[in-house]
Each structure stands twice: as C-alpha cells, then as structure tokens.
Design a protein around this ligand. Structure first.
Ligand SMILES: [Zn+2]
Length: 752
C-alpha cells in the first residue's frame, strides 16, 4: 500500500528487471498500461501490453514474442487474463504477477470491478509464482478483502508512507463562483505554461468552467463520463502531450494517469471522501517537485453531497466518509497531520506546507451569533431553509418571509448588523460543527440538533472562525501577478534560465509527438530544470543530469545539447537576469545607464501609443506610480515625466476608482441600497394598509394581506393583466419615486 504517486509501479518494474523470466502486470485501465509501457520502452526495456484496442494480429505477435521469452514485462487487463490467457501463460516462464489497483477486487473499495474477483484462480494455476497486489486505498476492510480474494492471506503487507510533502494543502471556504474563478485564474497565472487538473462535482460545471477559462485564453478542456469515448481519449491525449494546459474534470478523470508534471490540482467542490481527495491530489507533483493543491467548498456542496450520501447503497459508510472530509475541510490543526492520521500514519509534527501551518485560523466567541440563528429557526417551528433563515436574521422582506409572516417574529432583523454573506458562512460553520442539520425529507428545512439546543439554552459556548477573504480587486490581483509564482522565484535563484527551459520544453514536445508519447516520458520537468540550470554541452555531462539514464542520453541527448549550445552562443553561459534576481546583484563597474537597463527592461524603450494608453489606464485605475513603474518595467522618474508630458490628470485617480471594481465594497454598497429600499417598502406597506382601513375596503382584516417587494427583473416576467384577473382587483402596483422599476405587490392571502 502506497499513496498515488508514491512509486508503486517501481515495486514490480524493478523486480521484473532483477528476476529471470517475464513479469505479468494486471491493470484495469488501458490508459494506465499505455503510459507505463511507453515510459518503459523509452528507457529501452521490452514491455508490451495486450488489450482490446490493439488489433488482433498485433496481439498475436506479442503473444508469440512472450512465448519466445522476448518480453520482460507484459501488461494485461483482468478480462483478458481470466478469459483464456492463463493456459497460454503456463507455457511461459512467469517470474511474478503484479495486480495493480488491487482495491478493484473488493466490493468494499471505491472502484469495484467484478472481473477482478476471478483473479483468485492465479494462486492455483501458478502455485510457485509470487503474487503482488498494489493499491493506494488503505482502509482495513479493503485490505483484508484483497488478501482473501487473491488467496494470499499469509502474504506480507508493506505500507509505504502516505506523506507527499511536495503537495501543498490549502482549503478555501465559502467562495462564490465568481471568486473561485478569480482565484483559479490567479493560480493558473502563477503556473504559466504548467499543467493542472480541476476536479468538479457536476459534469455541467466541468464544461462551463472550461469555457470560461478558454475565454481567458487558457488551453483548457472538459472531461466527464457523459462524453463520447473518442472525445475523452482526445482530451486526455492532448493533456498528456501538453497541448492542453488545464483539464476540468469529474472524478472520471485520472485513474491510472501517470503524468509526472502536474503542477496544481484544484477541487472546485468538496470531494466525497478523504480517500478520493487524496487520490486526486496525488496525481500532482509525481516528479517530486512542488505542486499546489486547493480545495474550495461551500454550503451548496455540503447540501448536495449529503443528499447523495443518504441515497443508494452503503448509506452509513458514505455518510461517515463525507463527515470525515468535512472535518478535514474545517480543521484548525495542520491538515497533513489529519490526512496522515486518517491513513493510520501517526505524525507528531506540523508540516509547514498547508494553509493552517502558514496562517493559523483565528476564532472568536460567537455564542450570541449562533444563538440568534438557532432562535430564528426555532421560532419558525423548524420550517425554514438556509435562505429564509438568513432573510429573517437580516430583516429581508422576501416572498417566503412575507407569506409566512416571519416578519412578525421577534428575531426578524435581529442579525441585520452582520452582512448576508457572513451569515452564510456562519451557518455553514454551524452545520459543520453539528448544531444544525438538514432535513432532506422535509424540503431541506433546518433542524436544531441536541448539541444546538445546548447552545440555544446557554449551556455551551461556541467559537466561530474569523472570516477572511482574499482581495480580488484589480489592483491587488495585478500586484500579486507581478510578484510571480513561488516556482519561478525558486528556480531563478539557482541561476536557471526560463527562456532556455521553455526552449527545452519545445524540444521535448517535438520528440514526444514523434513517438506519440506523453511529454514527461521523454524527460521529466525536473530534468528539464536541471538542464536549464546546469546547461551541459556534451553527452557525458548530459547523462549525469538528474533523471537521465544511458538509454535516454543516447537516444535524445544530441537534440537537447544542440539547443543548449545554441542558447549559450547567443546569451553566454551566464545566468540570465530577470526581475526576480536583480535585487541580489550589485556590480560596481556598471554605469548608471547599464544599471537602469538591467533593473528596468523598458528603461530606454521609446513610448508607443499602446504604452501611453496603458499608462493612462493604470493612472485611471488608481495604481500607484511605483506599481505602475514595475508593471511597465520602467523607472519611477520616467513614469512621472511621461504623466506630466501627456498631461494625465492624476488627481482623478485619487477618486475611489477601485471602489466599483472591488467586489466586496460593491456588495456592501448594494446591501446598503437594498436595506434602504426595504425600509421604503415597509413604509409604503403600512401606508397601504392604513389607506385600506381608512377606505374601509370591505370587512377585510389587514393581516389577511401580504405585501412583498418585487425586484425589477421579476416584474418584467409577468403579465399584470392576467395577474389582476387571477387575483382580483386587490392588486396594487406602486412605483417608487426613484427606483422606478421596483414594484410593490399586495395580494390577498387566500388558502391556495
Ligand atoms: Zn500543516
């Protein structure tokens, strides 16, 4: 047992090379076989695979070569093995059986494959040949089941460390779709030209997100089980060959994907279990280089996942698994410790590479807040969902509030000092901490748990997490982009040339395309970084570079060396300076002009119309002169001079231009506006009721009428005449003097 990316395949590949005879690897997925066979062949090892995608004469040819003892490692699907190959293999000197992804044998595991259960025959048919089972799924039941089904109960068990320190862990709670997109775009910027996977819960989301990324000029593709096979294969191949940078996929993507240079893995929604989460992030950073992982989750995810978990088979197991990943997402202690403990690996040190380690979450005494929410729920008789609860707390006269007269509750408006969004977050925290639960059978109404009652009656105090949100204003984003990614900075420190790295990457892509291999099969990212730093110019030095063996040296060496030599002849064998490295360099002999040129790439470049316009735009956006200087790679003095020359009005920039671009503030402004409108509605409401009473509009009691606010968009959609016919003449539409599009609806509360 080893985590994804921990080196499971090495266990049988190395054994295969050491032992006489042929090793048979049983693998459930063609893509997985294809990758491993490609990688072995690229290293000069005779590996083959038998599967239904080969044509039969080709398969026969492979079988003949096996019989002649010319194949060292044979990959085969379980169907083909139990469907007639066992007899044939008895004529071959088999050194070892390796059952990869062995959890597929257990109905307890998460990828059950019925044909795997027949692999028990192997023990009888080959009583002397060792059998090895490999899996990344570590729960106890699955493990016992694997040993039992394969008839290898007495086998020794080896458990590799599940720790993957190069994967950073980050969880972001309560982001809106828009914020997620901003945050993901930034992540992709940080990893310019590098591969990443974004896992989504729904098929539709994968397509929508891929569409949005494409519109931002990113080579992205969607992948899910609802797509035709040919399309899925094409997307997967494009991703493996680095023609697609980002894959937006459901969990259907990735089993057996052996791409070594995935630099970020995002969970757009909360995953179903810690196992699937760990397996999915495990597809990143397999070459040992840093890989960034981010998990986003919000209230909507939990509502949907809980619903799934209470349907179908194995409800208890599913609910338990969901509970554990929720606890992980809400953790206040080092996340890696939680993961490792989950897989039975005790760790007593914090990792220093997760968001909790970087920035320990802060809490505050939030008992009153929680009590307010619980009280609002209790006063409705536990008959409301999240939205209405928050409407009651904020004092919003929504249709639901109006029709049930929740505005008459004591708690109506009791939490109007807290913004709507923050209530959302606190309610999520309350759900996570078990003070409330969702009644799926009752229209998703919220019920207060026993624990919740203790808080409500003041028997228990509650600590809530302080809400911290990223600043996604244009200015903040630009400045973060400017700072560059952690990777760029790290490599640049060692004197690596980014330009050469990109050139080497091109060479790798060309070779990979020629052989129809994924790019990393030719050379890993790590090897490329070493080449771009060490710049070897002969085969011996090339062969001594990290991750390059004799076979690769002799096959591809010349091509890479040619490009390195070409680069050196143009640039010299000096580290190429870039923005990230200049601050460490001080050369005394440098002239002022040289220094300016080195510090600011565009220091002496003439001003074009395009750059003038950019300058005007930056000033307008209120970006400081210093920031503009770094954005435009010029010095502060020349920016100041140009602003003067073009007579750009800088006082204008002191106006709060960012104000409208800043989502948070804009939201706040809208909330204020909404509160003002709501107040007006309430005033008008009492006026109407008064008027009705004065005119003695029949014997009607004002309590029998509800008054609600109808936002402009809704009113467009209905036909006022039909509405009048249906509801009688007691339909009044008031135009507010300023917000002339908003209307007030008064209708009789009939039983229907
Ligand atoms: Zn940590």
């Amino acid at each position: 047992m080893m985590p994804t990316g921990g080196g499971k395949s090495l266990c049988f590949q190395v054994s295969a090379l050491v032992l006489d005879g042929m090793t048979v690897v049983v693998s459930p997925l063609i893509s997985l076989m294809k990758d491993q066979v490609g990688a072995l062949q690229a290293n000069g090892i005779s590996a083959e695979m038998l599967n239904s995608s080969n044509d039969e004469s080709f398969n026969r040819d492979i079988i003949n070569r096996c019989l002649e003892g010319k194949v060292k490692i044979l990959y085969i699907s379980p169907e083909r093995l139990v469907g007639g190959m066992i007899q044939l293999l008895q004529q071959v000197d088999v050194s070892l059986f390796a059952i990869d992804e062995a959890h597929c044998i257990s109905s307890w595991g998460h990828d059950f494959r019925p044909e795997y259960t027949q692999l028990g025959q192997l023990r009888e048919a080959f009583s002397k040949v060792p059998i090895m089972a490999l899996t990344a799924t570590a729960d106890k039941m699955t493990k016992q089941d694997i040993l039992k089904q394969l008839n290898i109960q007495n086998a020794e068990t080896f458990i590799g460390s599940f720790n993957r320190p190069n994967l950073s862990l980050d969880v972001k709670r309560g982001y809106s779709a828009r914020e997620k997109l901003h945050s993901i775009l930034e992540l992709i910027h940080r990893h310019s030209g590098e591969s990443g996977i974004i896992y989504c819960l729904a098929r539709k989301t994968t397509e929508e997100l891929a569409g949005k990324l494409k519109r931002e000029g990113i080579a992205a593709g969607a992948y899910h089980a609802g797509m035709p096979n040919s399309e899925r294969d094409r997307i997967q191949d494009d991703f493996l060959a680095d023609r697609l940078q980002v894959i937006c996929a459901t969990i259907a993507f990735g089993m057996g994907i052996d791409k070594s240079n995935v630099r970020f893995v995002v969970h757009y929604n909360l995953p179903k279990s810690i196992e699937s989460f760990y397996q999915e992030i495990g597809r990143g950073g397999r070459d040992g280089l840093p890989c960034e992982t981010i998990l986003y989750y919000n209230l909507g995810d939990i509502i949907i996942l809980r619903k799934f978990a209470t349907e179908g088979e194995q409800q208890e197991v599913n609910q338990e698994k969901l509970q554990r990943i929720q606890e992980y997402a809400e953790a206040q202690v080092c996340r890696r410790r939680i993961l490792l403990n989950y897989f039975g690996e005790l760790s007593d040190k914090d990792c220093g590479n997760c968001d909790v380690c970087h920035k320990p979450p802060q809490t505050f005494l939030g008992t009153t807040i929680v009590q307010k929410a619980l009280s609002a729920i209790a006063r409705t008789g536990e008959k409301v969902g999240f939205t209405t609860t928050i409407d009651i707390l904020c004092g919003n006269m929504s249709a639901d509030v109006a029709s049930h007269q929740y505005n008459l509750l004591k708690t109506f408006g009791a939490g109007c000092d807290i913004p709507y969004r923050d209530w959302h977050d606190y309610m999520l925290q309350m759900l996570q901490m078990g003070y409330i639960e969702i009644a799926y059978g009752e229209d998703r109404h919220i019920h207060i748990t026993e624990l919740g009652h203790e808080v409500l009656y003041g028997k228990q105090a509650v600590h809530l997490a302080v809400i911290s949100r990223e600043d996604f204003s244009v200015k903040a984003r630009r400045l973060r982009q400017l700072a560059g990614g952690p990777m760029t900075a790290e490599y640049a420190k060692n004197g690596e040339s980014v330009e050469l790295f990109n050139k080497l990457r091109e060479v790798r892509k060309r070779i990979a395309n020629e052989h129809q291999w994924p790019a990393y099969v030719v050379l890993s990212d790590r090897s490329l970084h070493h080449l771009a730093t060490e710049k070897p110019t002969n085969l011996i030095a090339f062969g001594n570079t990290f991750g390059i063996g004799e076979h690769k040296r002799d096959t591809f060496g010349e091509e890479f060396i040619r490009v390195i030599k070409e680069f050196i002849s143009q640039h010299g064998n000096m580290p190429v300076l870039n923005v990230a490295t200049v601050s460490n360099t001080t050369e005394k002999s440098e002239s002022y002009m040289e220094r300016q040129k080195r510090l600011h790439a565009n220091a002496y470049a003439p001003w074009s119309e395009e750059s003038d316009n950019r300058l005007r735009q930056y000033v307008k956006e209120g970006i400081s002169i210093e920031d503009i200087a770094s954005l435009m790679e010029r010095n502060v003095g020349s920016i100041k001079a140009r602003i003067k020359k073009l007579e750009i009005n800088t006082t204008e920039s002191e106006l709060p231009n960012d104000w409208f671009e800043d989502y948070e503030q804009e939201l706040y402004r809208l909330q204020l506006e909404k509160a003002a409108i709501e107040k007006k509605i309430n005033d008008i409401r009492s006026q109407i009721l008064q008027e009705m009473e004065q005119r003695n509009l029949d014997k009607l009691n004002s309590a029998k009428y509800s008054v609600s606010y109808c936002p402009p968009r809704t009113i467009m959609q209905f036909d006022s005449k039909a509405f009048k016919e249906e509801h009688g003449d007691l339909y009044l539409s008031y135009c507010l003097p300023k917000e002339k599009e908003a209307s007030i609806i008064v209708k009789r509360n009939t039983e229907e």
